[in-house]
Ligand binder design. Structure first.
Ligand SMILES: Nc1ncnc2c1ncn2[C@@H]1O[C@H](COP(=O)(O)OP(=O)(O)O)[C@@H](O)[C@H]1O
Ligand SMILES: [Mg+2]
Length: 370
């Protein structure tokens, strides 16, 4: 009998039934928690293209910390980040809660609360540091630590990052039980972390999430399908796994739609037809959820640059791309930088460029044929 619920989770941040290929990153993080103050894993940076599983990784970190009775604060780096952090640091502490409701005081007719003054950009580094210290004080009495996770770090404001880095640095100097994990897109995050004012964060342990091995995907598919009561054969598993190219989001889409195709026939035996239908559906979802938004807002020339890249099956050198575009190297370099900054392309070790998100090449090729 198959389970009533599809076991795959093709949603952003959705914790997958089987987390494939991330054992080392998780271990690094857990070692950081267990090895005490000053362990490298206590400041962690998770980068990777869209859909590689950064948000899921932060969720897992939160679970690992909670299992050790740590407090966890999970935030996203949009405007007002530090303000929200201060509020969460205070509200998590019942003792402090009572004192954080500040009386309003009046200056020459204008009424401002002390709370607002404390949250002004100028005072923020100090306010955040104090809120963190107070929280860590009360946690220390319970022999517990504090994990803060920050998602979408590429969108952080510089002032927030400075305040946060200053506060964390202070806690570490004071040998407090604190850990912080940042997740975000590689290019933009590296800009933030190379900022002179935030140099302290360069000590962070960096983990780049890449595609997972296809053989691991195949094993995980086998386990997940069979555990949910579906019969699927080895050849079908291989076809399904290969179609994902090891891209985590595609893993969930492919699994989900194949399972759904069999379920729709009210069957618990996967047929080759289900595989074909499932792969086609997964492709459509991937185009809509990843390829279309990636290309949205690009200029005509950005797109021409990407189309020139599709002429090869792997990375291309800048000079090859310029030649294919019929332009100078200098001209092409402008678009190369723009696309790198948007993290649509990435630089390989040999200084060539390739698509940052798999499947974008085929998507563009299919569009060109139309
Ligand atoms: N290691 C993994 N193995 C299998 N599926 C994964 C893995 N990591 C993430 N996923 C799946 O990939 C999708 C995207 O994950 P998400 O964390 O939202 O990526 P990101 O934050 O990098 O854009 C989700 O559906 C999630 O369940
Ligand atoms: Mg995410």
């Amino acid at each position: 009998m198959r389970t009533p619920v599809n076991p795959f989770k093709p949603t952003a941040g959705g914790e997958p039934p089987l987390l494939i290929g991330r054992a080392k990153v998780i271990r690094d993080f857990e070692k950081g928690l267990d090895n005490g103050v000053g362990a490298p894993g206590r400041i962690m940076l998770i980068t990777g293209a869209r859909g590689t599983g950064k948000t899921v990784m932060l969720t897992v970190f939160g679970d690992k910390a909670r299992a050790r009775k740590w407090d966890v604060i999970e935030e996203t780096a949009s405007e007002g980040l530090c303000e929200r952090l201060v509020n969460e640091l205070r509200s998590k502490d019942h003792m402090l809660d009572r004192f954080s409701i500040k009386p309003a005081v009046s200056f020459a007719g204008t009424s401002i609360s002390l709370g607002e003054a404390e949250l002004s950009p100028k005072r923020m580094p100090e306010t955040l540091r104090k809120a963190m210290s107070a929280r860590l004080d009360s946690l220390a009495k319970q022999h517990a630590g504090l994990l803060i996770t920050i998602d979408e770090t590429q969108a952080a404001q510089r002032s927030d990052m400075i305040a946060l880095a200053t506060a964390i640095q202070h806690q570490i100097r004071e040998r407090r039980d604190i850990a912080i994990a940042f997740a975000g897109l590689p290019q933009m995050i590296s800009d933030l972390f190379n900022d002179e004012v935030i140099t302290f964060l360069r000590r962070a342990k960096t983990n780049v999430l890449t595609d997972v091995p296809v053989s691991d995907v195949q094993d995980a598919f086998g386990t997940t399908f069979r555990t949910s009561g579906m019969t699927i054969d080895g050849e079908q598993l291989r076809t399904a796994a290969e179609a994902t190219c090891g891209y985590p989001y595609m893993i969930q889409l492919v699994g989900y739609h194949i399972w759904d195709a069999a379920d729709m026939r009210d069957s618990d035996i996967v047929t080759d037809g289900d595989i074909a239908d499932g792969l086609a559906e997964a492709r459509i979802d991937l185009d809509n959820a990843v390829c279309v938004p990636e290309l949205h807002g690009l200029s005509h020339n950005d797109r021409a640059y990407l189309e020139a890249m599709t002429a090869s099956d792997g990375p291309s050198s800048t000079s090859d791309i310029a030649r294919r575009m019929g332009k100078t190297n200098n001209y092409a370099a402008t678009y190369r930088k723009r696309l790198l900054d948007a993290y649509i392309i990435r630089e390989t070790e040999r200084g060539e460029v390739d698509f940052a998100v798999p499947f974008l090449r085929e998507y563009l090729r299919r569009q060109q044929q139309r």
